[in-house]
Design a protein around this ligand. Structure first.
Ligand SMILES: NC(=O)C1=CN([C@@H]2O[C@H](COP(=O)(O)OP(=O)(O)OC[C@H]3O[C@@H](n4cnc5c(N)ncnc54)[C@H](OP(=O)(O)O)[C@@H]3O)[C@@H](O)[C@H]2O)C=CC1
Ligand SMILES: CC(=O)N[C@@H](CCC(=O)OP(=O)(O)O)C(=O)O
Length: 312
């Protein structure tokens, strides 16, 4: 029997990329609502409850409302791409490399990680867990994203005459991703997060600069890189690159979709300064690709089925 899947918010940026990854896949039967019914509450209620798995690609408030439309007796499992449930009780954080594929495979409620937290957590969470980086450090994250990260409204803003070339934001110091980063890295302090947007459709670079020399235990950039390489050795999605090979990291204006994520650890000659960097597609491992990875696990399929990964 195929697994029936309903994407609520299928006409949005994340939803469309999920449909693209599901196109032509065996074992999946899509439940679709046409344009006239896609926001109709009754039609959505019916589709949500008919599905084996519902993927919510909605703004936070609409995602919470969708959860209220579910009849628990129907047993629909949920993957929520919004930030409504990322630190909520009873939800599995959909980052299989960090929480374990088995936990995602068995979960009834999976919260898809945010795009920026995906880069930050991939770099920092394993190193904190292994005691190589302190949990009580005041971490800072500098990041740049393609404009599709802001959904339809930001896409329109960046594709209209007079669009900015660069937009820095988050100056209220209260970006919604901060709690998610702190919670899932197991940190003691809130992070300082400096996000920005460039005039490229997709892609992001997330950087964590570190004064290693001021940390107890004197971790070195080489030690951090080795630990990450070992941690992700079996991952077909996350790879650790040799920092010596990169003197610059680029985002292409028209990059194709990718579900891969590359990690870099750059260190200075003395080894007391490091820059931990993740490069990923905000719509790939940062959103739609991650949702498909979780969907695959929940359906008992190989976790990379349907993902957009570069040829090995
Ligand atoms: N874009 C990205 O890179 C990432 C996005 N996310 C998250 O994924 C979710 C979706 O984001 P994104 O795709 O970018 O946003 P978009 O704005 O591109 O799409 C949201 C879609 O939801 C639809 N929608 C809004 N309210 C309702 C409702 N009540 N019922 C049914 N449909 C509704 C919108 O309809 P309409 O078309 O009429 O506006 C739109 O099609 C958000 O929570 C976002 O934070 C997470 C990680 C990365
Ligand atoms: C460029 C841009 O605007 N990005 C979004 C985050 C995108 C994302 O990860 O979405 P969630 O809302 O699901 O967390 C922002 O900063 O709010």
């Amino acid at each position: 029997m195929p697994h029936s899947v309903f994407v609520d918010g299928a006409a949005g940026t994340t939803g469309l990329e999920i449909l693209d990854r599901l196109a032509g896949r065996d074992g999946i039967a899509l439940i679709e609502l046409d344009e006239s019914r896609r926001k109709d509450e009754g039609a959505r209620r019916e589709a949500l409850n008919e599905a084996d798995i519902a993927i919510l690609c909605l703004p936070d408030e609409a995602a919470r409302q969708a959860m209220g439309l579910l009849d628990l007796a129907m047993g629909t499992r949920v993957i929520d791409a919004s930030s409504a449930h990322r630190t909520a009780e009873g939800w599995c954080y959909g980052f299989p490399e960090l929480v374990g594929s088995d936990r995602v495979a068995e979960a009834r409620r999976v919260s898809n990680p945010g795009c920026y937290p995906t880069g930050f957590l991939a770099l920092v969470a394993p190193l904190v867990r292994e005691g190589l980086l302190p949990a009580d450090w005041p971490y800072t994250i500098n990041a740049v994203s393609g404009y599709s990260g802001g959904g339809k409204s930001l896409i329109e803003r960046f594709q209209t005459d007079g669009a900015p070339a660069f937009r820095a934001y988050g100056y209220d110091m209260a970006h919604k991703h901060r709690d998610e980063m702190k919670a899932h890295a197991g940190l003691e302090h809130g992070v300082i997060f400096a996000p920005s947007v460039v005039s490229a459709y997709r892609g992001m670079i997330v950087e964590v600069p570190l004064h290693l020399g001021a940390m107890a235990g004197d971790p070195t950039a080489d030690a951090l890189r080795s630990a990450l390489s070992e941690f992700y050795a079996d991952s077909p999605i996350i790879s650790v690159r040799d920092g010596d090979l990169a003197s610059e990291l680029l985002l292409e204006a028209n990059a194709p979709p990718s579900d891969a994520m590359e990690l870099f650890v750059f260190g200075n000659a003395g080894g007391w300064h490091a820059r931990l960097v993740a490069r990923l597609d905000n719509l790939g491992k940062g959103a739609s690709g991650a949702a498909i990875q979780s969907l695959n696990l929940m359906c008992g399929l190989p976790e990379t089925t349907g993902l957009r990964l570069p040829a090995a």
